[in-house]
Design a protein around this ligand. Structure first.
Ligand code: 5CA
Length: 436
């Protein structure tokens, strides 16, 4: 993509409404624009990152054997009356009336909708377990939408649901999601700590939140200091016995605000870390809370009817864009992990308009594209300082810098955004580094 053609409206000034660094950088880099409080449009650069995160989340759900569906954003109020949550959910739910005076709502989550689909289609224990997910926009009329897409009113969530014949089987499904979350966050370059958590309006008796430690996190958390240095990414086969693996994590103290335990913390002494965290995922096991009122039963091995045991599993896909920035930036801007970067490399033409530089850059641009490398080519006729500043701001992993002096000597410059190292080398060597 040529920058002269790319819709990337960067801002020079720091927007005053943005209180946290991720929000500031997303606005400055031209990734998002606010439409109204807590509601955002995603511009090309931001949307590319959102799509990359969406893809990684999807790949890990598929890998664990969860199947993708797509449910609507608008749901019938009657379904929520049947579960008893229509009144319980309160003012966070956006209620809508259609032209026939029917009560509808913009889904804040989908337990009811998926249970209805399941109940109408699955009749035998032989068809269990069923693991289904979707990635869809949600609406919650948050009292205090803030920090940009971190706490929006409209946000993109991956929500998955499990249906099992027994509590033991439901626990197996829960463990699978637990492990798949560790893998997902690792691929996103994040260290997300699983913590015992409250269940809130979703309900149930077992729940874990996955949090990344960041000063700007909304909640206070406490955990054993081992979690900070620990390798949380799990290279685990889903067919393994997952219970001991999950126990290995959950046996160590880690708790969100509501679940903190004074005695356990006192016992930890110097091993206790109290910090702030960003919740990037939340999983729940809630038994028959929804299958009972919505009649989700199957015939069991003896022919008797059994209510299915359920769980639900959320990941904040749009929040993750901000969370990755909170975890990876410096004074100059964003530092994208390779896996989610909007482009792999930024090609900087230091003297756009100069015939030799233009020719060299056009050739390199074409070569990179032919090799399937996603490249953003800064072909603007602006001063070098502005180009460097913009490239650092948008945080692509690599910068390939082409100038007249280097071309005369047969060298180009390659900069790694993360480490900051700049190196002069031949074009061939630079290209092979980028394609490695
Ligand atoms: N039905 C369950 C699991 S599928 C559920 O809704 N869980 S949740 O309420 O914890 O939300 C799941 C994830 O969505 C959270 O961990 C968080 O990362 C993200 N999320 C929740 N509210 C918001 C919000 N207002 N803005 C951005 N992301 C949010």
């Amino acid at each position: 993509m040529r920058l002269t053609r790319y819709f990337m409206p960067t801002l020079k000034e720091t927007p005053s409404e943005a209180q946290v660094v991720s929000h500031r950088l997303m606005l400055r880099a031209g990734m998002i624009r606010q439409a109204s409080a807590g509601i955002y449009s995603w511009l090309p650069l931001g949307f590319k990152v959102l799509e990359n995160i969406d893809r990684i989340v999807r790949e890990e759900q598929d890998a664990m054997g969860c199947q993708q569906v797509l449910m609507p954003t608008i749901q019938s109020a009657d379904l929520w009356r049947a579960s008893g949550r229509y009144d319980d959910y309160g003012p966070e739910m956006l209620r809508i009336t259609d032209r026939h005076d029917r009560d509808m709502l913009y889904g804040p989550t989908n337990e009811e909708q998926i249970t209805e689909i399941f109940a109408g289609s699955v009749k035998s224990y032989r068809d269990l377990p069923q693991l289904l997910y979707h990635i869809q926009w949600k609406f919650r009329d948050e009292v205090r939408p803030r920090f940009g897409v971190m706490r929006g009113r409209e946000f993109l969530m991956k929500d998955a649901y499990s249906f099992d014949i027994s509590k033991d089987e439901a626990r197996r499904s829960y463990n699978k999601f637990f492990v798949s979350y560790l893998r997902t966050y690792e691929r996103l370059g994040l260290k997300a700590i699983p913590m015992a958590a409250d269940t809130g309006p979703i309900g149930g008796d077992m729940s874990h939140e996955f949090l990344i430690v960041a000063d700007t996190g909304e909640s206070e958390i406490a955990c054993h200091k081992d979690f900070l240095g620990m390798n949380l990414g799990a290279d685990i086969d889903y067919d393994d016995n997952l219970q001991p693996i999950v126990d290995n994590f959950t046996a160590k103290y880690a708790a969100t605000d509501d679940k903190r335990d004074e005695a356990a913390e006192a016992a930890l002494g110097d091993d206790l870390v109290v910090a702030r965290g960003i919740e990037v995922g939340h999983i729940f096991n809630f038994g028959t809370k929804y299958s009972e009122p919505l009649g989700a039963k199957v015939s069991g091995p003896d022919g008797e009817e059994v209510l299915v045991e359920m769980g639900s599993y959320g990941i904040g896909v749009s929040r993750l864009v901000a969370a990755v920035i909170e975890a990876s930036h410096d004074d100059n801007g964003i530092i994208w992990p390779e896996s989610v970067a909007p482009f792999h490399v930024g090609l900087i033409n230091l003297k756009a308009g100069d015939a030799d530089c233009d020719k060299a850059c056009d050739d390199i641009y074409k070569t990179l594209k032919d090799q399937g490398i996603d490249v953003l080519y800064d072909d603007r006729e602006t001063r070098a300082g502005a180009k460097f500043a913009d490239m650092d701001l948008i945080g692509l992993p690599w910068q390939l810098i082409i100038g007249p002096r280097g071309l005369k000597n047969g060298v180009v410059e390659l900069k790694n955004r993360k480490g900051g190292e700049r190196e002069e080398l031949s074009l061939e060597a630079a290209l092979s580094r980028l394609t490695a």
